[in-house]
Design a protein around this ligand. Structure first.
Ligand code: FAD
Ligand code: SF4
Length: 456
């Protein structure tokens, strides 16, 4: 089967056919027969625990029942009214630690209902049919009467887009300022290519914007092209959803060597390349880190044709932040895992990385005197992201936006320390998950609505 994802694999230990297969959909969509069979496994629990386990609170038993009774549009509406990015979340949510983990069927040692797959079954056809029509009245969401209030949103990632959609629905006029040339944030640039095949991230945004009342200004960078103080004057409220723009450094010699690459940058190259074989990958790839970004980078390096991929972490497997399912997927993709080791030096001439072994002493991580080396012609670093404070705070001598431990501080109602300025998504404290960013954006839109309406 050809997806047009590969043109040439000269000098690679992998064929184009393999690359095509490696970057095809990780989970195949359910057929109608499969969806109906899966929906019939749901017990439609009263007080369903799966609803509480979903950060956006989707009414899961209702949408599954709607699938069972062939009401696909109704089912999609149930999902999208709580989570406008239900399509992405159906593909990328770690359901194994959220809704599916809490499914009551687990208690009787049965497989949980495949909630994520059913969600995709309901949402995909509705997005496709709405995008394919010019008849705006078919869009499942309509706007309330215009309020005359203007909201500026910084960042067109899941948090910003979700906030924009809900605020537009509540009748406000929204302008999004986005630094990049495309919307979607990490849905477009960060999620693993085999989770988000084809142009789904863009099609989902097109559908979301179809509600109307939202304008997006691309290549508009906060603190370069637009400034918070200006936006506060020109708009009735501001929402910040800029994610985490900087990555942590290893802090070793030779870190500027071109073989050492930020894992998110590597993933971005893969996501943006229609020909995956055009993306350079090493033969001996090392990935430093222990979260889902590290796992995604390691698997994609392997799937691009790297001969050996080794993920190295300074603690043990239990301390990894990647989910068990993701770690298992890495192992199934022939990624080797090495624990209790920290990078010490890179030797570009010898194409190897020298590590120091680590140990835990009275709960604290310590370096030992023991070293070892691993061959490495490409090193992907995934040791965490942080807020790019320079991209928000205009005058560092007088930072009036409260930031603690590299995240914007917000109240329960998503208010920052600045009046009329709200924030959500990865740039605030919380889980760095797409679904959480969507929930933040939605909830913040409601708080902003209350604030704007109280102004009269
Ligand atoms: C490699 C990787 C893989 C991931 N995989 C998963 C996964 O499988 N499942 C999952 O649930 N979560 C995953 N996540 C986490 C998820 O992607 C994030 O939690 C989510 O995207 C956060 O949304 P956000 O809107 O807060 O930020 P972002 O998605 O980062 O969006 C922020 C937006 O703001 C823009 N921006 C930044 N600075 C400025 C500025 N100064 N001016 C204007 N615009 C600006 C950016 O260009 C971007 O469009 C992954 C994260 C990474 C890094
Ligand atoms: S917990 Fe499982 S069985 Fe119960 S409503 Fe949710 S998906 Fe259905």
């Amino acid at each position: 089967m050809s997806f047009g994802l590969c043109n040439s694999t000269t000098n690679r230990s992998i064929s184009c056919k393999e690359i095509e297969e490696n970057f095809a959909d990780l989970h195949h969509p359910l057929s109608q027969l499969q969806a109906k069979a899966e929906a019939s496994r749901c017990l439609y629990c009263y007080d369903a625990p799966c609803i509480n386990a979903c950060p956006t609170g989707i009414d899961i038993p209702t949408f599954i029942h709607q699938i069972r009774t062939d009401n696909i549009i109704g089912s999609a509406k149930t999902i999208l009214s709580e989570n406008i990015m239900g399509g992405t979340c159906a593909r990328a949510c770690p359901t194994e630690i959220l809704c599916e983990q809490s499914c009551v069927l687990n208690a009787s040692l049965q497989e949980p209902v495949k909630i994520g797959a059913l969600q995709r079954f309901a949402v995909d056809p509705v997005i496709d049919s709405i995008n394919g029509t010019k008849e705006k009245d078919k869009h499942p969401f309509t706007r309330q009467n215009e309020t005359g209030k203007k909201l500026a949103i910084i960042g067109a990632g899941p948090a910003g887009l979700s906030c924009a959609h809900r605020a537009a629905m509540l009748g406000h006029e929204v302008t999004i300022f986005e630094a990049k040339s495309k919307p979607g944030g990490l849905n477009e640039y960060g999620l693993a290519a085999y989770k988000m095949v084809d142009d789904f991230a863009q099609r989902e945004v097109e559908f979301l914007l179809g509600i109307g009342g939202i304008r997006v200004e691309y290549s508009k960078h906060l603190n370069k092209d637009v400034f918070l103080t200006q936006l506060q004057l020109k708009y009735d409220a501001v929402f910040i959803g800029i994610g985490l723009g900087s990555v942590n450094k290893l802090g070793i010699d030779s870190e500027s060597n071109t073989s050492i690459i930020d894992a998110i940058e590597f993933i971005q190259r893969i996501r943006q390349a229609s020909d995956k074989s055009s993306v350079k990958v090493g033969n001996n790839v090392l990935v430093i880190g222990a979260g889902n970004t590290a796992i995604d980078a390691a698997i994609q390096a392997k799937r691009l044709g790297a001969t050996h991929v080794t993920l190295v972490y300074r603690r043990d497997e239990q301390a990894m932040t990647a989910t068990e399912w993701e770690v298992d997927l890495a192992r199934r993709n022939d990624v080797k895992l090495v624990f209790f080791a920290a990078p010490d030096k890179y030797d570009p001439a010898g194409a190897k990385m020298i590590f120091k072994k680590t140990t835990i002493d009275a709960g604290k991580l310590k370096l030992t005197d023991e070293s070892f080396e691993l061959p490495a012609d490409m090193i992907l670093t995934a040791i965490g992201q942080k807020l790019n404070i320079d991209s928000i705070v205009e005058d560092k001598r007088e930072p009036n936006l409260k930031i603690v431990k590299g995240k914007i501080v917000i109240s329960e109602r998503y208010e920052t320390s600045l009046k009329g300025v709200y924030a959500g998504g990865d740039c605030v404290q919380g889980d760095d998950l797409t679904v959480q960013a969507v929930q933040d954006g939605k909830q913040a839109a409601h708080s902003i609505h209350d604030y704007l309406m109280a102004q009269g």
